[in-house]
Design a protein around this ligand. Structure first.
Ligand code: 0GY
Length: 332
């Protein structure tokens, strides 16, 4: 970790609605009271305006807020210290890209201290839902309070560079409790872990949403054993969904086309059109090779969801069913 750099420039917004315009405007910061990691890549402060027009009501179903560290300190047990990435910056990006809503996933740098995410939900005026991290000791009253604040899921993280291991029995206990609230479980793991996790995932008592297609090795053919197991998991278990996210994280061929990720995401969108979600993953933690232009990430969507119907399911119908089901007031 190093001293924070003077990354505080103001960026003028481009002409709204202009292809290639740069925005959103506003300062982006370092880690406030903290020093972001020396090799941390800061999100693009002026993403382009996407050429792809998102359908009305589109949901960015995977994004995070970080800090600001001086208000919402990073967790002592964190494995990285990011740059600050505030709710205001996230909502400016939402508007710039043309999304209507966000699903804010608790990031591991905040551990099980959900305050930054909850503050963002409050600021969203009902236009964001949350996925929390909770520990075994969480009380029923605390879970109820999270629910009232707009949390609809918990995240179990198996990526060893991000978290220390939590015993499966503890996770199963948490899963049983949140299932009673109608929440789902978001799972993050590396593809190599799937064989070992398979039975645990299929036994979970509620909807399971897997991050980033289970992180396939996209250098392998889409029909190779590794990704075939992931497809089998979804085919045989209708409670399992996937986020078709993070070409920038998975690609070896690189930006802006991320060609090698297309067959994997396309396979899931076409095979399971009612169980896929899409999100930006802003502010893109722990990328080392490059920082994506979020406008170009949106332009990737029609390559993996080629028809208006698939796009509407991916971006509107599916996330709305999971996070804003009919009958629940949209402002709560
Ligand atoms: C992601 C991916 C990563 C990090 C986190 O919570 C997190 O720290 O999710 C990663 O480093 O791969 O989904 O944002």
């Amino acid at each position: 970790m190093s001293a924070p750099g003077p990354v505080d420039a103001q960026y003028p917004a481009g002409a709204p609605g202009t292809a290639g315009a740069r925005g959103p405007a506003g300062a982006f910061a370092t880690a406030g009271a903290f020093a972001m990691d020396e090799d941390w890549l800061v999100f693009d402060p002026r993403p382009s305006k996407p050429e792809f027009r998102l359908p009305p009501g589109a949901v960015d179903a995977h994004c995070h807020v970080f800090g600001p560290g001086d208000r919402f300190p990073y967790a002592p047990e964190r494995k990285y210290t990011p740059c600050d990435a505030s709710a205001a910056q996230l909502f400016a990006l939402r508007d710039h890209l043309g999304f209507a809503r966000n699903v804010i996933v608790q990031a591991t740098c905040h551990g099980a201290d959900n305050r930054a995410m909850l503050d963002a939900l409050r600021q969203s005026g009902g236009r964001a839902r949350g996925v929390a991290t909770v520990r075994a000791e969480v009380t029923d009253a605390e879970l109820q309070a999270l629910d009232a604040a707009g949390v609809r899921g918990v995240r179990f993280n198996f990526v060893k560079r991000l978290v220390d291991t939590t015993p499966r029995a503890t996770l199963a206990d948490i899963a049983a409790r949140v299932a009673e609230l109608g929440w789902h479980i978001v799972i993050y793991f590396e593809a190599a872990e799937l064989p070992e996790l398979f039975d645990f995932l299929t036994a979970l008592p509620t909807t399971v949403v897997i991050d980033h297609m289970g992180r396939p090795d996209v250098a392998q053919p889409v029909d190779a054993a590794e990704f075939s197991l992931f497809v089998r998991l979804m085919r045989e278990h209708p409670h399992i969904w996937s986020k078709v996210t993070c070409p920038e994280r998975l690609s070896r061929s690189g930006p802006p086309a991320y060609d090698d990720v297309v067959p994997f995401a396309l396979r899931l969108v076409e095979t399971f059109p009612d169980r896929v979600l899409w999100g930006t993953d802003w502010p893109h933690p722990n990328l080392k090779s490059h920082m994506p232009d979020d406008g170009k990430l949106v332009d990737f969507i029609p390559r993996i969801a080629p028809t208006p119907e698939l796009q509407r399911k991916l971006l509107v119908d599916n996330p709305m069913r999971l996070y804003w089901p009919a009958g629940q007031p949209s402002g709560s």
